[in-house]
Design a binder for this molecule. Sequence first.
Ligand SMILES: Cc1cc2nc3c(=O)[nH]c(=O)nc-3n(C[C@H](O)[C@H](O)[C@H](O)COP(=O)(O)OP(=O)(O)OC[C@H]3O[C@@H](n4cnc5c(N)ncnc54)[C@H](O)[C@@H]3O)c2cc1C
Ligand code: FES
Length: 254
Amino acid sequence: MMYQTQAEVIDKKVLTDQIILLTFRSKLLTEESKPGQFVNIRVSETCYPYLRRPFSYCDVVGDTFKILFTISGQGTKALANANIGSKFDIIGPLGKGFSFDENFDSAIFVGGGLGIAPFPFLSKYISGNKKIFTYIGAKNKDYVVTYGLENIKIATDDGSLGYKGNVVELLKNDFQKNLIKGSIKVFGCGPTPMLRALKLFCEEYNLNCEVSTEAAMACGFGICQGCPIETFNSNGYKLVCKDGPVFNIKDIIL
Ligand SMILES: Cc1cc2nc3c(=O)[nH]c(=O)nc-3n(C[C@H](O)[C@H](O)[C@H](O)COP(=O)(O)OP(=O)(O)OC[C@H]3O[C@@H](n4cnc5c(N)ncnc54)[C@H](O)[C@@H]3O)c2cc1C
Ligand code: FES
């Protein structure tokens, strides 16, 4: 079930100049939310920016939820300027999240930049004695966010923190050293080039992998047909907002 409601900002953490963690309170938007789902936020009371902006649930605690974002344009700038106590018109929970039906010993999270956003919430659903290995890639150390994550390895393009190179290379190196054993499921989120590399890696090692994808969105719930993603299914395309944003990496054409 999705809801449209007003949610109040109850906390704001400025993690770096460009990266903000906002906490909202809303029972409707939290109680049925699942990792990998998202909210679509009306960022302004005026007509500009006109379209809502989608953000993954980064974490959910009781009736509060967090979003983690980079300031990239007018929408995120408006959100970054929000004060505690301000209210936003938000639709959620939207989309299909990650699935947890398979049996695996270890979960590998692979996040490119702010692609780590859905993982703190996801980690709470990976229960029991399963291990989590987190791989974060970013262009430099200023874009590395580790909020809510554990057992972390970092790759930066310029080598300013951790391994110098891309995050999938780092993961592959660890596989070649046989550092992660047992049955594995990979969870990915990040820019398309990273997802492409991850897909090749998962094919090479025959790993099950789900990824959270992104597309420019308008409605956020399957009406406008504005967020297609190419798939191997017979119809060719699916909608990121309604059929995703999480897909099995085998099913999508990147
Ligand atoms: C399901 C989903 C979940 C998302 N979760 C997060 C999140 O947790 N944290 C986060 O920082 N961002 C997330 N995004 C991306 C976020 O919605 C965009 O960064 C945001 O809409 C930008 O709005 P803006 O007005 O600030 O920038 P705009 O002025 O709209 O755009 C600024 C730049 O970002 C690019 N851009 C805009 N929207 C997207 C998009 N959907 N995908 C890729 N590039 C885009 C534009 O092409 C432009 O170059 C998510 C997107 C989707 C579809
Ligand atoms: S955003 Fe409207 S159909 Fe996906």
